[in-house]
Design a protein around this ligand. Structure first.
Ligand SMILES: Cc1ncc(COP(=O)(O)O)c(C=O)c1O
Length: 407
């Protein structure tokens, strides 16, 4: 059983104190990005200090070492999500870029249709709008049912013979809802439609196995799961990558180039044009190693416990409305709320000022969902492996104080 105090020791920011009053940082903005453990920081530094060279281009020792570390990071990420091997793992910049790779990698025809949902992050809406405007495809949206859940019955009605892709978020970054992605993939495959899962809020927090889910694409970001910023992954099911167009052309993604034409490299390098984020990729490998040591079952259970406690405490505070499922079996550790009479930014600002507490405020890149909920914005607290019930107590006590004083 991992020891939470030992885990906290690994995160340098948790040792930092505010200059004027010595208060520690209470970091509850994990859905935006996670803190980084020393093991990840050291993996990045180690590359720059000991193995700094470009990959796949040199026969010299440093290049060979850097290539090996970078390739092994793909293996680690592949194993982490249950992919067959590194050929199914393309390193990209982040979830957003991963989704755009799919958007620009498929061969669209005017009249093709994409189904996504109203609970998506902008990164799973805007790329489709761009594709719509460029290729004349149509976007359809799966709606909500019973307040916080997707209306799965509607999915069959939305599917037609023109549906070219279904793109769904696994865990909502506002409601916390865990969508039944296995069931959605099954429906998609019954109709022979490829399916993309936005795993940005799922892969860091739940055991995610692509073989079990049976998705065709899975997009996620390293920075939300202890890894560096500027790197993420796109899982592409074996065989699909060969059918897709490379999104970018240039060095490393080719096997042979003449002035007339080029032949593509094998997967996953076909999609990794140019010098990649080598240090970031190596750090990503160290991040999944860290999570694997903890065990994703433990991560999920720890977050369930914290979320249950957070929800209970929030419900005791007057003037607060919480959005998302009550049942922690059906939700992740992202908890959005509004305070009657206070703007979400004001709430976040006072928490920061009074007790050095970090939460997110605004629409969390999910403006259509906020419109649907009929609120201009929300405040959002989100937990991760290093958070404690004591931190949640300080957060809730401070929130209560702010509400009492300002409303
Ligand atoms: C559900 C979801 N999808 C996509 C993203 C985009 O992630 P990134 O900014 O790392 O591309 C986020 C980020 O908050 C998210 O929560």
């Amino acid at each position: 059983m991992p020891d939470i105090n030992k885990i906290r020791e690994d995160f340098p920011i948790l040792k930092r104190r505010r200059e004027d009053d010595g208060k520690p940082f209470i970091y509850l903005d994990n859905a935006a990005t996670s803190l980084k453990p020393i093991q990840v920081i050291e993996a990045v530094v180690n590359y720059y200090e000991k193995h700094c060279a470009n990959i796949h281009r040199g026969v010299h020792t440093l290049s060979q070492e850097a290539s090996q570390l970078y390739e092994e990071a793909h293996d680690k990420v592949a194993k982490f999500i249950g992919a067959k091997n590194r050929e199914e793992i393309v390193f990209v910049k982040n979830t957003t870029e991963a989704i755009n790779y799919v958007a620009y990698g498929l061969n669209w025809k005017p009249g093709d249709e994409i189904i996504t949902t109203v609970m998506e992050h902008h990164s799973n809406i805007v790329p489709w709008q761009l594709i719509r405007d460029r290729f004349g495809v149509k976007i359809k949206f799966l709606d909500l049912k019973d307040k916080w859940y997707l209306n799965l019955e509607q999915l069959e009605d939305l599917i037609t013979e023109k549906t070219k892709l279904i793109a769904v978020v696994h865990v909502s970054n506002v409601l916390g809802t865990i969508n039944p992605v296995e069931e959605i993939c099954k429906i998609a495959h019954e109709h022979e439609i490829p399916i993309l899962i936005d795993g940005a809020q799922a892969v860091p927090h739940l055991p995610v196995d692509v073989k079990k889910i049976k998705c065709d694409f899975l997009a996620f970001s390293a920075h939300k799961m202890l890894g560096p910023t500027g790197v993420g992954a796109l899982y592409i099911r074996e065989g699909l990558g060969e059918e897709m167009c490379p999104t970018f052309g240039g060095g490393d993604m080719i096997r042979r180039v003449t002035l007339e034409k080029s032949e593509w490299n094998v997967m996953p390098w076909k999609f990794e044009a140019g010098t990649p984020n080598i240090a970031g990729g190596i750090g990503f490998g160290a991040a999944v190693e860290y999570l694997e040591k903890l065990g994703m079952e433990w991560v999920r259970n720890h977050e369930k416990e914290l979320t249950k406690y957070l929800l209970e405490r929030l419900h005791e505070i007057p003037k607060i409305t919480v959005y998302g499922p009550e049942d922690v079996e059906k939700r992740g550790g992202v908890v959005a709320f509004t305070v009657e009479g206070l703007d979400s930014h004001e709430v976040a600002m006072y928490l920061d000022e009074l007790e050095n507490i970090a939460i997110r405020s605004g629409v969390h890149c999910a403006e259509p969902l906020h419109m649907k909920l009929g609120i201009p914005s929300s405040a959002r607290a989100s937990v991760y492996i290093y958070n404690t019930k004591e931190e949640i107590d300080i957060f809730c006590d401070t929130l209560e104080k702010v509400i009492k004083e300002l409303t």
